[in-house]
Design a binder for this molecule. Sequence first.
Ligand code: SAH
Length: 245
Amino acid sequence: MTGESQAGETAVRPTRAPWRASVLTLYPDMFPGPMGASLAGDALSRGLWSLEARNIRDHGLGRHKAVDDTPFGGGPGMVLRADVLAAAIDAAAPADDPRPRLLMSPRGRPLTQKRVHALVDGPGVIMVCGRFEGVDERVIAGRDLEEVSIGDYILSGGEMAALTILDACVRLIPGVMGAFTSAGEESFESGLLEYPHYTRPRVWEAQEVPEVLMSGDHGRIERWRRQQALAITRARRPDLLPQDD
Ligand code: SAH
C-alpha cells in the first residue's frame, strides 16, 4: 500500500493548496458561524479550505481603539476610517498576496454563480466587512478593493454578505460536496432555473408525482426536466434567457 491509500480516510485529497479566506471584520466572533457546520465545516476541519477572521479594531486608534469617525460634509452615522482599514488590510495581506480583495458593499457588482466559480478557481479571498455607513472612499482605490454586493437590499454589516459568498464558494471546492454533488445541474449552472424535485410519498395530500418521473424512461425524463426548467425560467426570470435579437 502506498502512503496515500493508507491515509485514505477521505476519498478526495487536496491536489492544491487549501483555498484561503481572510475576513476583516469588527465582529470576528461571527466566524466561522454557519460555515463551521455541515459539509463546509467538515471541509474546514479536513483542511480543504481555511478561514481566518481578523479584528479591524486591533488597528484602532488611541485608548479606545477607534475605528470610525463622523462623515465630512455632515450627515448621519459613522464611517470606517481609511487609515485604520488600510492598516488592517496590510496586516492581513502583503502587497503581493494574489487573492482578490473584496469589499462587501451594496454598491458593488451583484455576485453571480460565474463570479463564484472564478473565485473558487483562484487561491482564495480577502473580504472586508463594512459597518455603520460604510468605509472611507479613498481606501477602495488605495487598497485595490473590488466592491461586491449580494443583492439590492441593505444589511447592517458585511459579515452576512461575507458568509454568503463563502458558502457559495466553499461548496464548489473539489471534495467538499463529495457524493452529494449535484452542483452541475443546479439553478444558474445551465443558465436556467432548476426543474422541480419530488420524492416519496408518491401521493401527498392528493397531489401525485408527475407520471413521467415514474416512467423509467431517462430520455423522456430529461426532456421533461429541460422543458420545466425553461418554463419556470420564462415565468420567473426571463432576464436569464438568451435574448431574441
Ligand atoms: N450607507 C451604505 C450602506 C451601509 S450598510 C449605502 O447606502 O450604500 C453597512 C455595511 O454592510 C456596508 O458597508 C457593507 O459592508 C455591508 N452591506 C450592506 N448591504 C450589503 C449588500 N447588499 N451586499 C454586500 N454588503 C452589504
